[in-house]
Design a protein around this ligand. Structure first.
Ligand SMILES: [Zn+2]
Length: 276
């Protein structure tokens, strides 16, 4: 089927993503450049992909910003009141929703159903990873490094816990459920509806595992002197600038998230192409 972009859909895409971005800015989940990133990706996903695509971005956006504020005090201790390093910027927005947006653009020319499953895989991967990060740090048990199984301190990149794995499946599963519901409401055939859950779980899990693997090996990792904690950010969530302790400069958190969502999308596209 061909998919000419509809002016009304594009327009509602702009409005919807502007509203979501404004809420994100007010809730301190986005900075000014993050608002631009949310508007670009939101407009493409809603306006060119359609509401089923844009909905996945909203689920990711609101569930991850809710979880990043969830038990914030337990995550940063007393430094919480100085918190200002937690807003998403343009690079983060593109790292999280860039792959899904490119797939939405591709849907103008190629099989829309299969590409939608790719979008599900991409968003499941970033959602799974965000959930794992935000909830995994609350684990009472020491994480183990994904590469060699050694116990590491909570918050160490590449460390995995049972709680983090459960959060990974939860984050991927939520994207899968919403995508399946949207596909069913949109009148898609059963294969696409069931496929959405399957690609979300598999794409989300492999994307999150790649994220942990890169975090344990080549990702640039920093140290916050104030909180005495390892972090993936150059400015810690407490607002303190951090210093690099290992990894490659260019392999930052945004590149890692982008690669995880790319892997999630490719796996989902592979599965989707065999469904359709
Ligand atoms: Zn800190």
């Amino acid at each position: 089927m061909s998919n000419p972009p509809d002016l009304l859909e594009l327009l509602s895409g702009v409005v919807l993503s502007a509203v979501a971005a404004a809420v994100g800015y007010r809730r301190a989940s986005l900075n000014a450049s993050g608002v631009i990133g949310a508007m670009i990706t939101g407009t493409i996903l809603f306006g060119i992909g359609g509401w089923e695509w844009g909905l996945l971005l909203l689920v990711f956006f609101f569930s991850s910003s809710f979880l990043s504020h969830y038990r914030e005090k337990d995550k940063v201790g007393l430094a919480e009141k100085f918190s200002k390093g937690n807003r998403r910027d343009l690079a983060q927005a593109l790292a999280n929703a860039g792959v899904a947006s490119v797939l939405a653009l591709a849907s103008l020319f190629w099989n829309r159903q299969v590409l939608y499953l790719g979008c599900v895989g991409a968003m499941a991967a970033v959602n799974a990873d965000t959930w794992a990060t935000e909830l995994g740090v609350l684990s009472q048990r020491a994480p183990r490094l994904i590469t060699n199984g050694r116990p590491v301190t909570v918050g160490t990149s590449g460390g995995i816990t049972a709680l983090g794995m459960a959060a990974t499946l939860g984050g991927a599963g939520l994207i899968g459920l919403v995508a399946a519901l949207a596909a069913a409401i949109g009148g898609q055939e059963a294969g696409i509806v069931v496929g959405a859950v399957v690609v979300a779980l598999i794409g989300g899990l492999t994307g999150a595992l790649l994220d942990s693997l890169l975090g344990a090996t080549v990702q640039a990792i920093y140290w916050c002197d104030r909180c005495k904690k390892e972090t993936e950010q150059q400015v810690h969530r407490c607002g303190t600038p951090t210093r690099k302790i290992r990894g490659r400069n260019w392999m930052n958190n945004d590149v890692v998230n982008f690669l995880a969502s790319l892997l999630g999308a490719l796996i989902a596209l592979g599965i989707g192409a065999n469904l359709g």
